[in-house]
Ligand binder design. Structure first.
Ligand SMILES: Cc1ncc(COP(=O)(O)O)c(C=O)c1O
Length: 433
């Protein structure tokens, strides 16, 4: 099946009892056992079925199957937020003493997770000086447990060379984990290029309506955990916390995602509510259509901004002179992201006046909504970073990040035009004073 069909049908057929066509919301904490033996078989992971909604829930299971199929993976785990998904994805490969080698262009909170929070658990985030494969390779050593990148960086908009990163990671015996939130599997399927694990904030384009938080981890099933037994003992030695189970032996290609569920989701929670799973499924039904319009509208806005004398620069990877243009052709089939940044002439002050003058475009810190959104990263999402870290992450003081929505293009451009006018007028008045 193709994206448009998977997004509507995968993971669910009208269920046997009621024949409900929409995915039912299974708002239940627990599930009845037929007998003591049935309960024991479920707990031993020998029988298929549900025990308790912290571990699995039938509504969330539909979402998991749908996302796994969109990504071309062998399984997925849905969790409460994108950040919870990233946390589980990292601790599922790295213990105390391990490190994760990452590109520097990351969503601010993911940067904080790797640079401040995981180090408290003895896991170090190592940031390369750029997203170039050579820069990543320099930082890999015997304690590295994964290479990490956002397929399209938020807010830098950089497109990572997934194939090259996967080759380097595999040459050193570690998986490539990617955050595919901004691209979505509609624009890019990272497993086709060798990535091993994909993480999503479902809150963004996949959910698509800015109503519901959610996250997911998807397992390609391709990383050979048993081949790298010394680096990954957690997959290859009996797990005392789960009846001495050896994950790589017992689950083979689904070892990673099963371990994420049975070790982390089971003991730490961060569960997605069935109602939120239902809302996210509603959003996913239209994601393929929406992505087309996001991409088309963004190209028109970027072209408008580039021609405008009031604008200093536009960082849009769909322009043929962007250093990422060749990667946009290779990985995104020419569909540059609707998330991009620009700077207005007059620096920080003019940028703030522009931002405050927006009427249709919402000022906030979300992305990937059907609505057009704008953010000033230096004062919000990336404010925890030093000025130098901000620069490397693609954030300048005047940077405005746009997430272009699916409204009528003329309305979006008219709003930007009037806000640019106000910013310019106020800059001229200041200069005259
Ligand atoms: C690329 C990326 N990954 C992860 C997240 C975190 O997602 P959530 O807000 O669902 O925790 C975000 C949030 O903006 C993001 O942009």
């Amino acid at each position: 099946m193709r994206n448009e069909t998977i997004a509507i049908h995968a993971g669910y057929e009208p269920e046997a009892t009621t024949h409900a066509v929409a995915v039912p919301i299974y708002q239940t904490a627990a599930y009845a056992f037929d007998s003591a033996d049935h309960g024991a078989a479920l707990f031993n992971l020998e029988a298929e079925g549900y025990r308790y909604s912290r571990i699995a829930n039938p509504t969330s299971a539909v979402l998991e199957k749908r996302i796994a199929q969109l990504e071309g993976g062998v399984g997925a785990l849905a969790v409460a937020t994108g950040q919870a998904a990233l946390h589980f994805a990292f601790v599922n490969v790295a213990d105390h003493g391990g490190n994760i080698v990452s590109v520097p262009q990351l969503y601010g909170t993911t940067h904080t997770l790797l640079s401040h929070i995981l180090p408290r658990q003895g896991i170090t985030g190592r940031f390369a000086e750029s997203d170039k494969p050579e820069a990543i390779e320099k930082l890999i050593d015997e304690n590295t447990r994964a290479v990490f990148a956002e397929t399209i960086g938020n807010p830098a908009g950089n497109v990572c060379d997934i194939e090259a990163l996967a080759k380097i990671a595999h040459a050193h015996g570690v998986p490539l984990i990617v955050d595919n939130t901004v691209a979505t599997p509609i624009l890019l399927k990272p497993f086709d290029y060798g990535a091993d694990i994909a993480v999503h904030s479902l809150t963004k384009f996949l959910g698509g309506h800015g109503t519901t938080l959610g996250g997911a981890i998807v397992d390609s099933g391709n990383f050979p955990w048993a081949k790298h037994a010394e680096r990954f003992p957690a997959y290859n030695k009996p797990d005392a916390s789960y009846h001495g189970l050896v994950y790589a032996e017992r689950f083979g290609r689904t070892a990673y995602i099963e371990r994420a569920r049975s070790v982390y989701q089971r003991t730490m929670g961060s569960v997605l509510s069935p109602f939120n799973a239902f809302l996210l499924l509603q959003g996913i039904e239209t994601v393929a259509l929406r992505m087309e319009r996001h991409v088309e509208n963004a190209r028109k806005v970027a072209e408008f901004l580039r021609k405008d004398s009031r604008v200093a620069w536009v960082n849009y990877t769909g322009f043929s002179d962007s250093p990422y243009y060749p990667l946009v052709q290779k990985y995104l089939d020419g569909n540059a992201s609707s998330l991009f940044t620009f700077g207005i002439k007059g620096g920080m002050e003019a940028g703030k006046t522009f931002y405050d003058a927006l009427k249709l475009i919402t000022r906030l810190v979300n992305i990937g909504d059907a609505k057009s959104l704008a953010c000033h990263p230096a004062s919000t999402t990336h404010r925890q970073m030093s000025a130098e870290q901000q620069r490397v992450a693609g954030v300048l003081p005047e940077t405005i990040r746009l997430s272009i929505g699916i409204e009528h293009i003329s309305d979006i451009i008219e709003d930007i035009d009037q806000a640019l006018d106000k910013a310019c007028r106020s800059a001229r008045l200041e200069a005259a004073e």
